[in-house]
Design a protein around this ligand. Structure first.
Ligand SMILES: [Zn+2]
Length: 177
């Protein structure tokens, strides 16, 4: 969204509350598509002498991607502080700076870069889905995080049970024999 800073420009040095919502386009992060809920930007902004505008606050949103382990849908809360200076009349194509012209500041690029900065290292569908990457690697079709819902259907559990039964059976036989 566009932040109207016309009032702030008339009163440099005076702080105004920032409470904005900004949609963030899906982002390609290391080959994975990450989508975002509309982000909330809360904080304050202040015009400086010369027309530059300082904006600071915290961005919060929920990011959605696939679980790094089992590829199930996963999401993560994002809460990322920001503090940026928007330069009046700066080159809007310059990715090194934030710039604006007129009396409105477009918050889209700030929100996008801030949301990406706040992404977790990896998305997980649940906390303990990360506990068995070796197991996952050995058999990519099976993910523990889903199997845990149905313990009776876990192949390892079934195998363990079978081995226990066999051991019990041979023990019985040796007792008789
Ligand atoms: Zn998972």
């Amino acid at each position: 969204m566009k932040l109207d800073v016309s009032r702030a420009l008339k009163t440099p040095g005076e702080s105004y509350p920032l409470d904005a919502e900004q949609a963030i386009a899906p982002q390609d992060v290391l080959g994975e598509t990450v989508t975002f809920d509309p982000a909330k930007l809360r904080g304050s902004y202040m015009a400086l002498e010369g027309g530059n505008v300082a904006i600071r606050g915290t961005l919060t949103t929920i990011a959605h991607a696939r679980c790094a382990n089992c590829l199930a849908p996963a999401h993560a809360d994002v809460s990322e502080p920001f503090e940026e200076l928007f330069r009046l009349g700066g080159d809007p194509e310059d990715s090194e700076i934030f710039a604006y012209t007129g009396q409105e500041i477009d918050l889209e690029r700030l929100a996008m870069s801030c949301a990406v900065l706040g992404l977790p290292m990896r998305f997980l569908c649940r906390e303990n889905c990360s506990e068995s990457p070796a197991f996952r690697d050995a058999d990519v079709d099976v993910c523990l995080c889903q199997e845990e819902e149905l313990p009776g259907q876990r192949p390892f559990a079934a195998l363990k049970q079978l081995l226990a039964q066999q051991a019990g059976g041979s023990a019985d036989q040796s007792d008789k024999g």
